[in-house]
Write a protein that binds this ligand. Structure first.
Ligand SMILES: Nc1ncnc2c1ncn2[C@@H]1O[C@H](COP(=O)(O)OP(=O)(O)OP(=O)(O)O)[C@@H](O)[C@H]1O
Length: 220
């Protein structure tokens, strides 16, 4: 069982306090859903956990090892950023082994979601197709924990459904933290849900609470 323990994360941009004393835990088998209004700090939190952004204070421990502010977290944590990151001119089939071990490379080479694109280059694919490939590469990467920032963005409903199944299956061996505005899809697969609001994380039990905290409109 792998464990990720995130504690005491505080982050400001100038005068703006975005994260205040954040605590979050994740274990193998858990899918932690992270919701929040635009600009609430979800991406900022994921970047700090992955180690590409510094914070004023932080304590992050993975499998008993304390991770310093910016350290190499390869094999421990992988991260799907909001922004596109695939090399545009490399064939998809040649990208897979850069992210995945032998076993998962073989899985992706025969996956019905990935196989249509193996001989394509990202520059010739649609935005949604590129997003799907990025998400699959990160989900199947070697890391114990996977941070997904808006994995469902630009994907059509049936593909989202298949991707959710992939995440749920992979969570048998990994822990996930997922942030996306497709809140129903996040709710469907998450084992726990947090709302980031005014710099603090609130554990959410039901849809009503998401309305009370003004994340969801009352009409839903
Ligand atoms: N590099 C930066 N410099 C200054 N302010 C920043 C920077 N990055 C983020 N911010 C601010 O921090 C706040 C949180 O941004 P963040 O991108 O984490 O929000 P988010 O919850 O992911 O939003 P969204 O749902 O719209 O993607 C925003 O008000 C944003 O303007």
């Amino acid at each position: 069982m792998n464990t990720l323990h995130i504690d005491s994360i505080t982050k400001s941009f100038g005068e703006k306090k975005v994260l205040q004393d954040i605590y979050l835990g994740c274990k193998t088998g858990q899918i932690v859903g992270l919701l929040g209004r635009n600009g609430s700090g979800k991406s900022t939190l994921l970047k700090i956990i992955f180690g590409v952004l510094n914070s004023e204070t932080q304590f992050i421990r993975c499998n008993g090892k304390v991770l310093k502010s910016i350290t190499n977290r390869k094999k421990l944590i992988s991260y799907l950023p909001q922004e596109p990151f695939l090399p545009r001119k490399k064939k998809v089939k040649d990208l897979i082994s850069l992210f995945c071990n032998k076993e998962n490379t073989a899985v992706l080479l025969t996956s019905d979601l990935m196989s249509p694109f193996l001989n394509e280059k990202p520059k010739t694919l649609s935005g949604g197709e590129q997003r799907l490939i990025e998400a699959l590469l990160i989900i199947y990467s070697e890391a114990n924990f996977v941070l997904l920032d808006e994995p469902f963005q630009s994907l059509s409903p049936k593909i989202i459904d298949k991707l959710k199944k992939v995440i749920s299956l992979q969570s048998k061996n990994k822990g996930f933290v997922i942030s996306d505005h497709y809140y129903q899809d996040v709710l469907d697969i998450s084992t726990s849900i947090y709302l980031l609001s005014n710099g603090h994380l609130k554990l959410i039990q039901n849809l009503k609470e998401l309305q009370q905290y003004s994340y969801l409109p009352k009409s839903i």
